[in-house]
Every structure is written in C-alpha cells, then in structure tokens.
Design a protein around this ligand. Sequence first.
Ligand code: CLF
Ligand code: SF4
Length: 512
Amino acid sequence: MGQLKPLKFKLEVASSGGCNTQGGEGQASCGSSDGPQDMPAAIWDKVKDHPCYSEEAHHHFARMHVAVAPACNIQCNYCNRKYDCSNESRPGVVSQKLTPEQAVRKVVAVASAIPQMTVLGIAGPGDALANPAKTFDTFRMLQAQAPDIKLCISTNGLALPDLVDEICKYNVDHVTITINMVDPVIGAKIYPWIFWNHRRVTGIEAATILHQRQMLGLEMLTARGVLTKINSVLIPGINDQHLMDVNREVKKRGAFLHNIMPLISEPEHGTVFGLTGQRGPSAAELKAVQDACMGGANLMRHCRQCRADAVGLLGEDRSEEFTLDKLDQMQDVVYDLNKRQAYQAKVALERTAQQAAKQQALASAAALKSAQNLKVMVAVATKGGGRVNEHFGHVTEFQVFEVSATQAKFVGHRRVDQYCQGGAGDDEPLPSVVRAINDCHAVLVAKIGACPRDELMQAGVEPVDAYVGEFIEKAALGWFNDYRARVASGAVVHQARGDAQIRQGAYTTLAA
Ligand code: CLF
Ligand code: SF4
C-alpha cells in the first residue's frame, strides 16, 4: 500500500450539449444508474436490459463475447495479444478463437441455458472492426436465429468511419470506442504505431490519425442514433489529468457513457507498460478521476474489464461451460424465446420492487437527523439479483457503494482471492481482501466466520450479516442509518478510511 499516493486533479466542468442523455452525474441522476425517468423511452428501451449500459441491469442480465476477431490494426502499450484485448478484458488468454459459424452455435447454446443473457458483444481478442467480415457474418447469421439478442461492438475506432453503414445495417445499437486521449502528444506515449493505408505509421502522426478517426466515427454514430460508450484506460502519469478533457470532448460529440477503467499492468503480461514498470491506479486515484469528470459525459463505474470470450453476469465467467468440446455434446439445443421472455418479465417485477425499496430507504435516511453529513463506502457480497446474498468466504468480487443521507450509489467493484478454499477458511487471502476493501467502513455479507470477522474488525471494517437477502441499497442505507445513530450517540467514533488496492495480475483462487 506504500506506493498508493493520491493524485492532485484540476477539476474542470465540462461544457454542456451534445450528450443524448439528460443530466450528468453532478445532477440528480447518475450516468449508467439512470432510470426510465431520465431519458427518452426509445433510449431506455435500448439500455434497460444491457448490463454495461445500465448499472441496474448488470445485477440481472448477462452478456457474452465471441472471440471471432483476432487481428488488430493498432498497437497499444498496454496490450499483448497473447492475452486478451486490454480494451475489453482482464489479462488471460482467450481459450478458443471461433469462426462465425462456431460463434453462432455457441450464442444459441448459451442463450438457451442462460435466459438472462441479453447481449452479444464482439470485443476481440483483436479489434472487432479490423475483422469486419468475421464480425458482420456473425451478426448476420445470429439475427436470423436469435433476433431478440442485442448486438454490441468494441473497437479502437481506426476503421470505424468506414463501417458505420454496416453497423447500422445490422442494427448494432451499442458501440464502444476506446479513447485514451484527445491530444496526439499524449497518444504517442500510448500507441507506438497504427497500420493505416497499407503502411505502418508511428509517433505523433499515428496518434493524430487515430484521434481524428475516433472523433469522426463517434460523430457519425451519434448522427445515426447509435448509442456509444467511450472506454478510457487510466494510466497514471500519462493521461490521468487528461481524461477530463477526453470526457468533455466525447460528451460534445454525443457519447452516451464514459467508462474510465484502471490500467492493468504486470510484468508477466509482457506488455510495454508491464515491462517498463508503468503502474495502474489505486482505487482512490481511479475514483478521483471519475469524480472529477462528474458533470460531463455520464460515467460507467461497473465495468469488469472482461475477457474477449466472457460469458455470464459481469463479474462471473461461465465460458468454461461452453467450450467447443462441450458444445459438441449439447444435442438438440432449442432456442426458447418464451423462456427468455418469462425470465425478463420476472426481472422487471424484481427491479420495480428494488426501486421501491431503495426509495423507501432513502426517505428514512433523509428523515434521520443525526450525523447528516457523513459519507462512507460499503462493500457488499452478492452473487446477483441486486441482493446481499453471498457468503464472505465465497466472494471473488465485492461491489462497493458510496452511501450518504441522500444516496446509495454503486462506485466500483474489487476482485479478491476467494477466502474459503474447500470448506475451511484460509487465512492466506485475508490480507488481500482487507487491502481490496480498505476504504470501506463495513462489509455486508450473507454469512461470515468468526476468524475473518475478528480480523476485519481489527482492520476497522465492520462485518454485517443482519441484512441477508435484502436489496443492496436498502441494506446499505439500513446499516448506514444505524451507524449514524451510533456515531451521534458516541457509541462509535467515526474515522476516515484509507486507500484500497485494485487487483492486478492473476488470481490465485477462482470461484468453484
Ligand atoms: Fe461486451 Fe463491451 Fe458490449 Fe459490454 S463488455 S462489447 S459494452 S457487451 Fe462491459 Fe465488459 Fe466493461 Fe466492456 S463490462 S469490458 S464495458
Ligand atoms: Fe490490443 Fe485492443 Fe489495443 Fe488492439 S486495440 S492493440 S487488441 S488493446
């Protein structure tokens, strides 16, 4: 934790206009946490079941990626394609590259087994639009078989302006462009080369071309009504202060969301940044940049930097259940639209109940007079559904909420090694869990053993198992009201927490 130093930021208020959503995070609604009241019905219809474009949806709906796009037309200093595309994935090899035919078979099998899977994304392992034939063949074939699945693309943007017509032809409603800079001098530190007009272009010239193509592509998509999300990799010392400028420029051009992600950089990844010791940001550094962008383009904070062959809810990976070998053994897969629609109707009811519970909890928090100015972070153990429903020992990812008298807002997630390894708790991973949620005052869990409970208490993080099965926001606000009362009565002394560590490198333990 010694190397985690807070950065100083120049806070700029982005100019208004351009964004096709209402309000920014500095206003009543917040970015991807927006609901139907915050945007036109046609836009809400596009985002409500998309786990990346709606924070609320990500508790209920899954996405999958098919790795049909191996080639790339640029080089990023944070990428080594023996690993996944860092634009859209955590480090880890893509297990299998697929042909479009194999990809479609896989999507149909996954959609049949996982009715909550609503979106198919193509996010590498190279660049979706550097492989246009494979990408659009996949979409064309899938539309014929599973017309209710939303199509999504992630790209570096270099080829984008040439392919906007194709994107619209296949009704791709969601496009992510990774934009790390709007200043080519900064870009030259991130991109050593691009492949452009049949030749390799380097340095500032390369970054200038890439920047111009990204801006043009974004403007063209906005003009055609395609929702765009901008991914930016936060690279401390290179573009940390610059991302406020990126946020402002993409908002001007109509970006729907801005997703600022931490650089993942370790020597074993074999990337330029990994080998030169470029570090990623701490949790506080990431949040500071995201907070400094509030008021500009709406922010996404729930990205999991998933693999180019990820399957499942964000934060879980079920790709191993659908390898080509296993698909061969799945006979008579039937695409059951009715089953999918029944699931989605059930989720709609659950979301209404969740919203009602949150509003009620917010009203109670606002009515409480004690310690009204407190704001704390709370970690939550959940396995989905927007509820506190996971055992502490089984967690591989905590969700983190910022809670005050006026809000319970998702602000990020923290990956951890699973504490419980085969029945008994293992003390080995506990220090890394504590480092991951060290900025939190409490951790809400379904259950927790005596040993980790004591150690968390000693570290100043209160373990709470009184809200089992409750909706997260209601639980977080319920605990917070109790905490405020204890602070007001003098039963506890409120103390600021420290910084937390964002997980880098490989896991030592994965969920069973
Ligand atoms: Fe995939 Fe990306 Fe579409 Fe989502 S992921 S192509 S928009 S369906 Fe989502 Fe994964 Fe983050 Fe991407 S959590 S890395 S933002
Ligand atoms: Fe790697 Fe993606 Fe960058 Fe291409 S665009 S070099 S695949 S991170």
